[in-house]
Design a protein around this ligand. Structure first.
Ligand SMILES: [Zn+2]
Ligand SMILES: [Zn+2]
Length: 496
């Protein structure tokens, strides 16, 4: 794709891409909600200090986003996810990068190459072998490597014990990660074919919490099993030629952030405060961002990664939801999405699932709870408070130990008692926390702070292990809970 600036006029929204137009009023109760007629808005693109779009009806000023860049970012994430899988490798073919595993209809079996299955693309007749169709002669070495990694050995120590150099270590790690993506693709596709109502938990957090390198990590898990359906980071290992300093949604390629460093004096740690005050403060912090949907546009420190390129987080998060939307496309049952109080998650979820918002088959909720809140308890007294610039309608309750608040972002005022009891994003939050705990030595290693690339294979490996191998107290894996497999997978089976 080329990156060209389009002529900016004040009577147009950023151009649609693949029939996707994500710019409109996002106030659910407003008459202009989800309407894409530019006459309904005040549009300007000359004064950087003022909003580009203001709703003439309710006065809201949702940030604008490049539809082209959301679609392009989704393609980038998809290519990364499918990298290493058997697929047509002809860049000019419509089947390029679409894996045989999930797009069988595009290919036919075409004999063998040694032990390996060969395929031919039905569109361009290009042939290729499936690298995962023969047994893995490195599986014993890889098993040892993973065992050391999961028990907290440093890369240097693992290299010493396995008598390999760091380059071989990372080659093996990348090979394991590709194998894990191959396995995950099979189970994710099974999940996509199921049709029951789903509850999802989403969270957004720094990949390396102590490095301030601008790399954020969004993950979505199925609430009851803990199965992590999808995770993405706003960082790519290749640098780009076209990164820009100012975000301009009318300009293609605007999602890439130009290398820079931001340093602000560290502000005093927030005092411990009640849940209500905490939510109010979060709203004010979000309003103070230059772009409400970009957490990196607040006064945050950024130590730009030494290699590669940061992506404006709104593009990765919108694409994350676009991915979920496609995966769950065949499921017409109701969907619930539980998330922390973050405007980016709200906007992305509402905008991508706009069809479900309009036909009331999705329940998106903010959930904020004290650590002490005991999950699952029946809720008795409920207080309603309208909060933030948007006058969001929050329902609060407290039990013996803690407080909890929920806010239905689709405007539904019913079932508050039920939501206060069942809604939680802990499945995603706890998954991310366990990743930090498990790989603390790699995540926080000083030399790695500006080198997030080496953590990317670890994310794929961790998701596969978590979904397919890791057993809960009763010996069941998340994939088993969802009926995607009948017994836990051992590390050996994962790597064979
Ligand atoms: Zn409006
Ligand atoms: Zn092809």
């Amino acid at each position: 794709m080329t990156s060209s600036s389009l002529s900016t006029t004040l009577d147009q929204l950023p151009p649609a891409c693949d029939n996707i137009q994500l710019n409109y009023c996002k106030t659910v109760a407003c008459a202009n909600f989800s309407r894409t007629d530019p006459n309904l808005y005040v549009l300007q693109n000359s004064n950087l200090q003022r909003p580009v779009l203001i709703c003439r009806e309710c006065g809201a000023f949702p940030p604008v986003i490049s539809n082209y860049d959301v679609v392009a970012e989704k393609q980038r994430l998809k290519l990364e996810q499918n990298s290493g899988l058997a697929a047509c490798s002809n860049k000019h073919c419509p089947h390029h990068g679409l894996p045989v595993l999930t797009y069988r209809q595009h290919y036919h079996a075409f004999g063998f190459s040694g032990e390996r299955q060969r395929y031919r693309c039905r569109a361009c007749h290009h042939t290729f072998v499936d690298p995962w169709s023969s047994s893995n002669n490195k599986h014993q070495l890889q098993q040892k490597l993973l065992a050391y990694l999961f028990t907290g050995y440093t890369v240097r120590e693992i290299c010493r014990r396995l008598a390999m150099n760091p380059k071989t270590f990372y080659d093996q790690l990348n090979n394991i990660a590709a194998r894990c993506r191959h396995q995950l693709t099979i189970f994710d596709a099974r999940l996509g074919k199921q049709s029951q109502a789903r509850q999802l938990a989403t969270d957004l957090t720094p990949l390396q919490p102590q490095s301030n390198n601008g790399v954020l990590w969004v993950a979505t898990a199925e609430v009851n099993s803990g199965y992590v359906i999808s995770q993405h980071v706003n960082y790519q290992t290749q640098s780009v030629a076209t990164s820009v300093t100012h975000h301009d949604a009318y300009c293609n390629g605007t999602r890439f952030i130009a290398p820079h460093n931001d340093h602000y004096p560290s502000s005093a740690a927030p005092l411990s405060q009640g849940l209500l005050a905490h939510i109010d403060t979060t709203y004010r912090h979000i309003l103070a961002r230059k772009n409400m949907e970009n957490p990196l546009s607040a006064q945050v420190n950024i130590n730009y990664p030494a290699k590669g390129c940061l992506v404006r987080p709104q593009y990765t998060v919108y694409s994350h939801f676009l991915y979920l939307h496609e995966l769950l496309n065949h499921n017409t049952s109701t969907l619930a999405v539980f998330m922390p109080q973050e405007t980016l998650l709200r906007s992305a979820c509402l905008s991508i699932f706009i069809d479900r918002i309009n036909n009331h088959t999705i329940d998106p909720l903010y959930v904020v709870e004290d650590q002490q809140w005991q999950h699952g308890q029946q809720v008795e007294k409920i207080d309603i408070v309208l909060m933030g610039w948007w006058r969001d309608r929050w329902a609060f309750s407290r039990n013996k130990s803690g407080n909890k608040g929920i806010c239905h972002l689709g405007g539904n005022k019913k079932d508050q008692q039920r939501w206060l009891t069942i809604a939680t994003h802990r499945a995603a939050t706890a998954y991310q926390q366990r990743f930090y705990d498990q790989f603390n030595h790699m995540i926080n290693e000083p030399r790695r702070k500006l080198r997030p690339a080496s953590l990317l294979p670890l994310l794929d490996i961790y998701r596969a292990w978590h979904n397919l191998c890791h057993q809960n107290k009763t010996g069941i894996t998340p994939a088993q809970t969802l009926d995607l497999m009948s017994s836990p997978m051992t590390l050996e089976q994962l790597l064979r």
